[in-house]
Design a protein around this ligand. Structure first.
Ligand SMILES: [Zn+2]
Ligand SMILES: [Zn+2]
Length: 375
């Protein structure tokens, strides 16, 4: 009897100690490999499990050369020099390779028929390319990263390599920063998707510290509390915390028969990959939300000059407004296509954004800011 009891006790102890032994093993191996730098895989596992890297990355947008080329009187304006043209673009779409209803090929043809000029497929943890592409459609590789139960999803644009999800179970801020830092260093542009969906619930406080991401998605069909413009408010609050971050939009289609085209980007670039990436990084794009639109109103000019801010669209809109994020509307014109704000009003504010609307369709520019106000 005693023998059986002792044996059970040993088995129980073994079960309890085994995970500790495994973790200790990884810790020691990682320590060793960290010193010798000869295995990326195990050293990364070790670093992620035991020493979440608290990166001190500064936001990488806008890049330095854009920053210098697009400033006026101490302000950064992504739209200061509009020399290319507006391209209708979507970076967030799922194919039948994972979750989606439509084949990569069908997706490409459909977006092309709806006048998109730049297009990506962002399957979960898969880089998908259509076999053939309509000639006029520029395809940029991407994937949606994230399989963890807290559903932190990123659109990884033009990845140099694929990164596995190292935190399928738990992911505090330090690990979120670590993961985002890895994705940032292996991509041209990194977007945090649907930040207010259940399981994610990003706060502006967290976003202010997650300096590795370039943009947050403010429009998508999974926007969770879309009716209250929750993600737009989250972006504004993050700007108020002084964090330099762009807004982003896509439709996150999973089925072309449903909610496709209700979020997209108008990117000001020439139709080649490097020009589009450069425009994303510079913030030279407008987020469109609502229904798909073949004739979206486009900014002809958003400039800062000796008279102040001048905005001119190529069509009349219901409402054209300059917004002071988190505070309210600074200036608004109804049924017009132009708006002027003098320096006397601008000099008192740290940053602003522009939005315009026609019917249910809304368009949001990126943020223009006084240098130093956003870090
Ligand atoms: Zn997602
Ligand atoms: Zn998605």
């Amino acid at each position: 009897m005693q023998g059986i009891f002792l044996l059970s006790l040993k088995i129980l102890l073994g079960i309890l100690l085994l995970p500790i032994a495994i973790l200790l093993g990884i810790q020691l191996t990682g320590e060793f490999l960290h010193l010798t730098h000869d295995s990326h895989y195990l050293a990364t596992t070790h670093a992620l499990l035991f020493n979440p890297i608290r990166s001190d990355n500064k936001p990488r947008v806008p890049p330095e050369q854009e920053f210098h080329a697009n400033q006026y009187r101490g302000w950064y304006n992504p739209y200061q020099n509009l020399k290319a043209r507006w391209l209708k673009t979507n970076f967030h779409a799922h194919s039948s390779r994972f979750e989606g209803a439509d084949s990569p090929q069908t997706l490409a043809e459909n977006y092309h028929s709806r006048k998109y000029e730049v297009f990506a497929i962002s399957d979960h943890m898969l880089i998908t390319r259509p076999k053939e592409l309509p000639k006029e459609l520029l395809f940029i590789p991407a994937y949606e990263h994230g399989a963890n139960i807290r559903k932190l999803h990123f659109t990884v644009i033009n990845p140099s390599e694929f990164s596995w999800d190292w935190f399928p179970v738990w992911q505090g801020l330090a690990r979120r920063k670590t993961m985002a830092g890895m994705l940032q260093s292996t991509s041209d542009f990194l977007v945090l998707n649907h930040p207010l969906c259940p399981g994610v619930f990003m706060t502006s406080e967290e976003l202010a510290q997650l300096t590795e991401i370039d943009a947050i998605e403010i429009t998508s069909q999974w926007n969770c509390n879309k009716s209250e413009r929750g993600t737009l408010r989250l972006w504004d609050e993050t700007l108020q915390r002084g964090r330099r971050i762009w807004a982003f939009g896509g439709d996150d289609t999973h089925d072309l028969k449903k909610s496709t085209g209700d979020g997209y980007l108008l990117v000001h670039a020439s139709k080649d990959q490097s020009s589009v990436i450069e425009a994303l990084r510079a913030g030279r794009f407008v987020v469109a939300e609502g229904e798909d639109d073949f004739h979206a109103p486009l900014p002809g000019r958003i400039t800062l000059d000796e008279h102040g801010l001048f905005i001119s669209l190529d069509k009349t809109v219901d409402r054209l407004s300059v917004i002071l994020p988190g505070v309210g509307t600074l200036s608004e014109n109804k049924d017009r296509r132009e708006l002027h704000v003098p320096w006397s009003s601008l000099s008192t504010m740290p940053y602003l954004r522009i939005q315009y609307a026609t019917g249910y369709r809304r368009y949001y520019t990126n943020v223009l800011y006084q240098i130093g106000a956003l870090k």
